[in-house]
Design a protein around this ligand. Structure first.
Ligand code: ZN
Length: 284
């Protein structure tokens, strides 16, 4: 397992972590460069605000590595009638990701269709969408990073709720291991899974771990979406999970992704980044 205590070379900050303080991409890039953070993971909003070309230049000028682009997928959100448009939007997302040099696009499967209880069909739509995008992603040189979300989001965000399910999709769509599709392991979403060790090892065997996201699971949690904790403040054994992904061959960045309306979004952005660095070195 890597020793992270000496420096923070492999720390990446997801734009959402300080989106209230640094909503514009340039603000975040400057703040990260100031703190000697080398990784960034932007969302589409701040990239589209200035255009992907300018965003790519900005990121390169600040010496940042793009550890992921958030986010694509959402295939089932508008039901079958909207699937084609969602796929089309994902192609644009992949184009933007290629322009900014992202390693992968974070793919969130999508919710139940409006008014529907058919989770089977919602899951099918995600598979169809990913299958259709895979050749395009390979051509663009940007991998599809399937991020399973915690099952509490199955109805309204993401019907792919475990790493096992994400691995199944990868193996079904890429049986010969040609690449272009993999998984994003976010500790917040997978820490509870009793099969997590086997599934991380399985993803590693296919060389499919594309990103590793960190934050913490607070007890009690005030809000299902916007009360994620800083690493070290909650219930997740982060070093154990990092050990598993690294034993499975992952040697990339640890990306901090914290949605925290009442705590971390209320503190000065530079202080949040400083705390991320400290925690990365001590509890990750
Ligand atoms: Zn994540």
């Amino acid at each position: 397992m890597r020793d992270l205590s000496k420096d923070h070379r492999f720390l990446s900050i997801n734009w959402a972590t300080t989106r209230e303080q640094f909503p514009r991409l340039e603000q975040l890039a400057v703040a990260l460069a100031r703190a000697d953070v080398r990784g960034i993971s932007p969302w589409r909003e701040p990239v589209q605000e200035i255009g992907a070309k300018a965003a790519g230049k900005l990121i390169r000028d600040h010496g940042l590595t793009v550890t992921g682009y958030c986010r694509g997928g959402l295939f089932s959100n508008q039901g079958r009638a909207g699937l084609k448009a969602q796929i089309e939007d994902n192609r644009r997302c992949l184009d933007e990701a290629a322009e900014i040099g992202a390693a992968c696009v974070v793919m969130v499967a999508g919710s139940l269709a409006p008014g529907s209880k058919d989770i089977r069909d919602a899951r099918a739509m995600a598979r169809e969408g990913l299958a259709e995008l895979l050749p395009y992603a390979r051509q663009a040189g940007v991998a599809l990073g399937i991020e399973p979300l915690h099952p509490k989001y199955a109805a309204d965000r993401c019907t792919c709720t475990s790493l096992g399910e994400a691995n199944d999709i990868c193996e079904a769509l890429d049986p010969r291991g040609q690449g272009g599709i993999g998984v994003v392991v976010d500790v917040y979403h997978v820490w509870w899974d009793h099969r997590i060790a086997e599934e991380i090892a399985r993803a590693g065997r296919g060389r499919r771990i594309l990103a590793f996201h960190i934050c913490d699971w607070l007890v009690p949690m005030r809000d299902m979406l916007l009360d994620r904790g800083m690493m070290g403040d909650g219930a997740i054994d982060i070093p154990h999970l990092r050990g598993l992904v690294e034993a499975a061959g992952y040697d990339g960045f640890c990306e901090v992704e914290i949605f925290s309306a009442d705590t971390w979004w209320k503190k000065p952005g530079d202080e949040v980044i400083k705390t991320c660095i400290e925690r990365y070195r001590t509890v990750v």
